[in-house]
Design a binder for this molecule. Sequence first.
Ligand SMILES: Nc1ncnc2c1ncn2[C@@H]1O[C@H](COP(=O)(O)OP(=O)(O)OP(=O)(O)O)[C@@H](O)[C@H]1O
Ligand SMILES: [Mg+2]
Length: 241
Amino acid sequence: MITAKLEDATTSLRHSLDHQRRFTADASHELRTPLAGLRVQLEEAQLHPGETDLADLLRHALTDVDRLQAILTDLLSLARSESTPPTALEPVDLAELVEAETAHRIGDPHPARLDLAPGVLAEAVPIQICRVLNNLLNNAQRHAAHDVTVGVRRTGDIAELSVTDDGPGVRPAEREHIFQPFTRLDSARSRDLGGTGLGLAIARDIARAHHGTLHVEDATPNGARFVLRLPAATGHSLPAA
Ligand SMILES: Nc1ncnc2c1ncn2[C@@H]1O[C@H](COP(=O)(O)OP(=O)(O)OP(=O)(O)O)[C@@H](O)[C@H]1O
Ligand SMILES: [Mg+2]
C-alpha cells in the first residue's frame, strides 16, 4: 500500500520534472532565436562600420529586442498566473467586465458582437479575466472570416464566458495541443514573426488558478468557440440562464 503510494508520487514527480525540462528547453530556444539575430547584426556592424546603415541596424535590432521583451513578459505572466492567491478572488460581473474591456479595443477588423446575460457573477481576479478575454479576442480577430461574438451566461453553479469566431476552427487532434506553451499552428505565426505562442497557455493557467477550465469546441456552423468556465459567485442577483 505504502509502496504503491510512493511509486505513484515518484511517477508524478518524474512527469512534473520532464514537463519542466521540456518547458525550459522550449523557452530557451524561443529566446535564443531573436538573440542570435541581434548578435549577428551587431557583429556585422562591428566588422564593417563604414558599410552599416545605422537607421536600418537600429530598426532590426529593436524588432529583436521587442520580441525578447514580449517573450519574457509572457513567461513572467505564466509564472504569476500559477500562483494566484485564492484570497485575491472577488465577485466579478462578467457582462460588465466584457462591456468595459471590448469598449477599449480599437482597430479590431471584426468588432465583437456581445451576447451577455446580465448579473452573472464569477469568483475571479478581474485583471486576469481581462487578460484571458483579450488573448482570446486577439486570436479570434486573427482567424475570423467576418464575425466575432463574446457570450456570457450562467449554467447552474458555473459562470461561462465564451469567444466565438467564424474562421477555420481548430481540428479535434489539435484541441489540447494549442494550450501547450509555444504552440503555433498557423504558418503565418512563425517563430520570428508571429506571437509568442504563450497566449492560450497563460489563459488556461489563469482558468486553473481560478478553479475553472478553458477549452475549445466547434462553433456553429463553423469556426472556433473558446469557453472559460468559472465557479459562479454566491449571492448572484438573477436566476440561472
Ligand atoms: N480562434 C482560433 N481559431 C483557429 N486557431 C486558433 C485560434 N486561436 C488560437 N489558434 C491556434 O492556436 C495557436 C496558439 O494560440 P496562442 O494564443 O497560444 O498563440 P499565438 O496567438 O500564436 O501567439 P500569442 O498569443 O502569444 O501572441 C495559434 O497559433 C493558432 O494556431
Ligand atoms: Mg494568441
